[in-house]
Design a protein around this ligand. Structure first.
Ligand code: WTA
Length: 664
């Protein structure tokens, strides 16, 4: 059962202020890629509009049918067309005479480690990597796990897979060996591409050891035939003869000639695991033609890309969907020059991002609200020491951006004149869905505004009735955000689990045939959309999706824990923070609580990732449950956020809260 939208307590206060809109600057509007006309065009004939966008790409065989929705919710877009995704991202720019344009200005975390790669060089490297993968036995349809920090080879590896019709499954390098193991196993990946180690805040730490641990953990059932290792840090790592290969000893020896094969538009492109409402991550499946169409189109219109002059920087990691769509496939398909930065924003100090903007003359900067709030905390003086005048457009993604952070971002980064595009989308949607169009939209700080041309979304109540537009005073109801028409970059399923795909996204409004996004939202007075956040059991910590069930299962994996309940509580810095409530087994009754809490935080870090470490863990004697045995997370959230308790009438034993509060 989906929780009710009334669980959105505490999330609306920053959104209910009466806010003035920011019109696009006239100079920006005059040169903008996007126009008001696009909304009308898409409205008049949505499929013809998408056909036009798809034809921005190079097709080996043109498509004749735009959408086949006859087997809904399994969509087919441009199904009889064929194309090669990597050719579209690399070769065609070289063929168009832009081989000398820089594709990637790579900036390593240690100052001084940097490298610029042109489109011609990228083509050579991708071809060499594709030839290497072929030599190692990979064929179209196979899966490769990519477990790498933000190095150019990670992007080369993704494109080499795409070129061969091999699916990549990128696993965030901050994930644990145990998380990697589960993903290798689920996808049955034949190869892992990794690095010896990675730089994290100035020191080199091993990554390859995690790969070994994951493969060993799978034992005889391991599907991995080869591990291809990029030498990044030079640290000592164990090597398994016959299985492991150094990238620098194999890839550069391969030929730079490689003829890309054309694949069906619906040929699978990648898998990306994301948290759902159960403990088991879902392998979200994306395919080629539709995904690339929407990635490329949205990147061009939302970021107003001018490939000849722009220097674009998206600060995401390729381990997340933002890195897939707005570092790899969107920007490269549009042939723009971009910055790729390996490290953390405070390495070696808080000036790093500003220095990178200055060094490369970044014109478009796309980041997450949590980072904007971090910059705010560090103080505007840092930004003032740098020349940020090259910036002409700013973007935000991953969670609702609070109006205060929005205004600060525009004022300090954008000299109070650059438009900000607040892009709402998901791993599942593949590309941006709701966002202002810079040059067209009058933006309201904190609102993602309206669906992009070609996209249809609405906010409905429990029964699926449309909500009315809001008023000036913020008393309007919140509802469910649904996508009521298929879109080209939509997920095509969950790897190996079609039933879970239907159940997760399509069952809430099955009668209407709508996709339910898992987010609550409300309309503002001009009909603009305000996203309020997840209403399922998924938390959003610094823009990272983590499910309560995943953390709970890591906690109960500790021998001392009898039961655990996890909630996301509002946090000024990270949007939400993870708060856990645990009941200890009796044999641990005497263990000091602080010691248990330390052990449990370490356990979560080991099982999932340091990013999933709870901010607080409370040892409690009992958990609040309904008569049917369901833990009432809403009440725990009230406790975690220090609020008066909501309705406790369905609790078996309302007095548990005295005990919980006493323990807190
Ligand atoms: C949230 C990241 C408000 C939302 C691209 C969504 C946002 C989840 C925004 C998907 C935004 C993302 N405003 N909320 N602009 N962008 N979200 O799969 O809750 O990592 O459902 O994709 O992030 O997270 P995911």
């Amino acid at each position: 059962m989906q929780p009710s939208v009334t669980t959105l307590t505490g999330m609306t206060d920053t959104h209910t202020q009466v806010l003035s809109a920011y019109p696009p600057p006239a100079e920006f509007a005059e040169q903008a890629n996007a126009t008001e006309e696009m909304y009308r065009e898409a409205e008049a004939d949505r499929l013809a509009f998408w056909a036009t966008q798809a034809n921005r790409l190079a097709w080996s065989k043109p498509f004749t049918e735009v959408l086949d929705w006859s087997e809904a919710p399994f969509a087919k877009w441009f199904a009889d067309g064929t194309l090669n995704v990597a050719y579209n991202c690399v070769d065609r720019h070289v063929e168009a005479g832009n081989g000398d344009r820089v594709a990637i200005h790579w900036e390593g975390e240690p100052v001084g480690h940097s490298r610029s790669i042109t489109y011609a060089e990228l083509k050579d490297e991708v071809s060499q990597a594709a030839n290497t993968l072929t030599d190692l036995g990979l064929v179209s349809g196979d899966r490769v796990a990519i477990y790498m920090p933000m190095v150019p080879e990670a992007i080369v590896a993704m494109l080499a897979c795409a070129r061969l019709g091999v699916m990549h499954s990128v696993v965030f390098a901050g994930f644990s060996a145990s998380a990697l193991k589960a993903r290798i196993d689920d996808a049955q990946a034949k190869m892992v591409i990794t690095t010896d180690g990675q730089y994290r805040r100035g020191s080199a730490v091993s990554l390859k050891i995690g790969v070994d641990e994951a493969i060993e953990g799978l034992g005889d059932a391991s599907p991995v035939e080869h591990v291809l290792v990029v030498r990044r840090t030079g640290i000592d790592i164990p090597f398994t003869e016959g299985r492991d290969l150094w990238w620098d000893e194999t890839v550069p020896k391969a030929s730079t000639e490689h003829t890309p094969e054309a694949f069906d538009a619906e040929h699978p492109l990648f898998l990306l695991y994301t948290s759902g409402t159960t403990g088991k991550p879902k392998g979200i499946m994306h395919t080629s033609g539709g995904y690339l169409t929407q990635a490329s189109y949205t990147h061009s219109v939302v970021f107003d890309i001018k490939p000849e002059t722009d220097v674009y920087w998206c600060t995401a990691d390729i381990g997340w969907v933002t890195g897939h769509t707005y570092i790899v496939y969107g920007p490269l398909s549009n042939g723009v020059t971009q910055v790729v930065y390996e490290g953390t924003p405070a390495s070696p100090n808080e000036h790093r991002h500003f220095e990178v903007i200055e060094k490369y003359g970044v014109t478009i900067y796309y980041t997450a609200p949590t980072l904007v709030r971090t910059f705010m905390k560090w103080g505007r003086e840092i930004a003032f020491e740098h020349d940020l005048s090259s910036l002409r457009l700013l973007g935000s993604v991953g969670e609702p951006i609070n109006p205060e952070a929005w205004r600060w971002y525009r004022l300090i980064f954008g000299a109070d004149k650059t438009p900000i595009v607040d892009t709402w989308w998901q791993t599942e949607t593949g590309a941006a869905m709701i966002s202002p169009l810079p040059g067209v939209t009058h933006c309201k700080p904190g609102s993602a505004m309206r669906p992009l041309p070609g996209i249809s979304a609405k906010i409905v109540d429990d029964e699926g009735n449309d909500l009315a537009p809001g008023t000036d005073h913020g008393e309007q109801a919140s509802g469910y955000l649904v996508l009521d028409k298929p879109w080209p970059a939509m997920l095509r399923g969950i790897w190996g689990d079609p039933e879970r795909f239907k159940e997760t996204y399509w069952s809430r409004f099955a009668d209407q045939g709508w996709y339910f996004a898992g987010d609550g939202a409300r309309y503002g007075k001009d009909g603009e959309i305000w996203i309020l956040g997840r209403i399922d059991d998924v938390m959003n910590v610094s823009g990272h999706r983590i499910s309560t069930a995943e953390v709970e299962s890591a906690l109960v994996g500790h021998s001392g824990v009898a039961e655990a309940a996890v909630v996301g509580a509002a946090d000024e810095q990270t949007g939400q923070a993870i708060c856990a409530f645990v009941i200890l087994k009796s044999h641990h009754a005497e263990t000091p609580h602080e010691q248990m809490v330390d052990e449990l935080r370490a356990e979560v870090s080991r099982e999932i990732s340091p990013i999933a470490k709870p901010r607080e863990i409370h040892v409690v004697p009992e958990l609040p449950k309904t008569r049917s045995g369901k833990i009432m997370r809403r009440l725990l959230r009230d406790v975690a956020e220090g609020r008066e308790l909501g309705d406790t009438s369905t609790l078996v034993d309302p007095s548990v809260f005295e005990a919980i509060r006493a323990g807190k």
